[in-house]
Ligand binder design. Structure first.
Ligand SMILES: Cc1cc2nc3c(=O)[nH]c(=O)nc-3n(C[C@H](O)[C@H](O)[C@H](O)COP(=O)(O)O)c2cc1C
Length: 385
């Protein structure tokens, strides 16, 4: 190994006692490949097995904590005890390859496609999401959750955590990022409530913090071996009103005192600067690291392609670096860097390599047909998958 990449390979023990072999994490990625009932399929297990040998930690794709929390077709479910066997198979597969595994738990809220949730699309308030392409049809406004329903969803995050414990996971990651329900409660765009769950910045933090408290209560009650809890968030929204970095630093300050195992900063560019904030000259990640001030480990992510960039994330003060698309294109990324073979990293998606890369067809088709997602070895029109 090139000694300059050594920091990536330092083991770490999380606050919960979960031990990771190194600092590289498989980012959570939905793969659209579960069966119609919401069970993990053999294709998904093969995909995860191929990507679990080398990273210290695997974060699974998101799983929905209630029936109407489903955000994607082919998403595996976590909202009922009948899914414990399916969830168990996934945990064992990853651990069998040597990595630790955390289940990402979420509710899609107003981002749920109506057809997947019998038309019952819900959110903090009846405000439709902003669509970013003119070609997209305007989204319908969701139904505002009652106070009682909000409390039921908080409990549902706890119930799915209990199932993760029963299924043998090493932890759960609370998905408070990327515009889904937890973020919808924190956002002044989607949360216009005037009860205890909305209004002031503090009240908009009530739902995220209630989910954390409930998940930690369940862990304390049920986990008999070390079980980690992480929290993922997106620090800014483009809309006005929308979450600003200053808002997020207030949330981070509260989360950093919760005794979590890590905070995961969901960014498309790990070194990106804030859009609007008191300080727009320092990167979002570094401002968050400064606010946390050593209280909780931080995980960076976003367009980390090379081991130099991965090391830079750690140099910016994060304890972990997650890789998403690079591990789709090259599942051997970690092994190659560890063995000093970084010159062999695959940096484009080999459009003829679906079998070799072990990516099931629903995800494969999305990757080769979504312009701008991944660099492809050939032009999309030449792809026949
Ligand atoms: C196909 C795909 C599926 C994704 N699914 C999820 C998901 O289920 N949960 C989540 O938090 N982020 C999801 N993401 C975002 C990634 O975790 C990651 O933050 C993003 O891809 C940026 O990292 P990268 O540049 O290393 O790919 C997904 C990304 C991709 C490309």
């Amino acid at each position: 190994m090139n000694p300059k990449f050594q920091t990536l390979f330092q083991p770490i023990t999380l606050r919960s006692g979960v031990q990771l072999d190194n600092r590289v994490v498989l980012a959570p990625m939905t793969n659209f490949s579960s069966d119609a009932q919401g069970n993990v399929t053999d294709d998904e297990l093969a995909y995860y097995a191929r990507r679990s040998n080398g990273v210290g930690l695997v974060l699974t794709a998101c799983t929905n904590v209630t029936r109407n929390g489903q955000g994607f077709p082919g998403e595996f479910a976590g909202y009922d005890d009948r899914f414990v066997p399916s969830l168990t198979r996934l945990a064992r597969t990853v651990q069998g390859e040597g990595a630790k595994v955390m289940l990402q738990i979420f509710h899609a809220g107003r981002m749920a496609p109506a057809a997947l949730v019998d038309g019952d699309v819900v959110s903090a308030s009846a405000v439709a999401p902003v669509r970013d392409g003119a070609e997209q049809a305007p989204a319908p406004a969701p139904r505002e959750l009652s106070g009682e329903e909000v409390e039921e969803i908080v409990r549902a995050f706890g119930e799915t955590t209990r199932r993760a414990i029963e299924s043998g996971y090493d932890g759960v990651e609370i998905h408070g990022a990327n515009g889904y329900l937890i973020q919808q409660f924190f956002s002044p765009h989607s949360n216009r409530r005037t009860d205890r769950w909305g209004g002031s910045l503090e009240a908009r933090m009530a739902f995220p913090l209630a989910v954390v408290d409930e998940v930690q209560r369940v862990v304390a009650e049920y986990a008999r071996t070390p079980f980690a809890v992480g929290y993922r968030f997106s620090p800014e929204e483009p809309e006005t009103p929308g979450i600003t970095l200053d808002d997020s630093l207030t949330l981070v300050d509260a989360l950093a005192d919760k005794g979590l195992d890590y905070l995961h900063v969901s960014l498309m560019e790990y070194a990106s600067l804030p859009r609007r904030a008191s300080d727009t000259a320092q990167s979002r990640l570094e401002q968050i690291v400064a606010k946390v001030a050593g209280r909780t480990p931080v995980m960076g992510v976003g367009s980390v392609h090379t081991p130099e960039q991965a090391t830079q994330v750690l140099d910016m003060g994060a304890e972990f670096v997650a890789l998403g698309r690079e591990l789709l294109m090259d599942p051997d990324w970690v092994a190659k860097v560890r063995e000093g073979r970084e010159a062999e990293l695959e940096t484009v998606l080999d459009v003829e390599g679906q079998d070799r890369l072990v990516i099931a067809t629903p995800l494969w088709n999305a990757l080769v047909n979504t312009p701008g997602w991944l660099p492809l070895s050939k032009k999309p029109e030449a792809v026949t998958a």
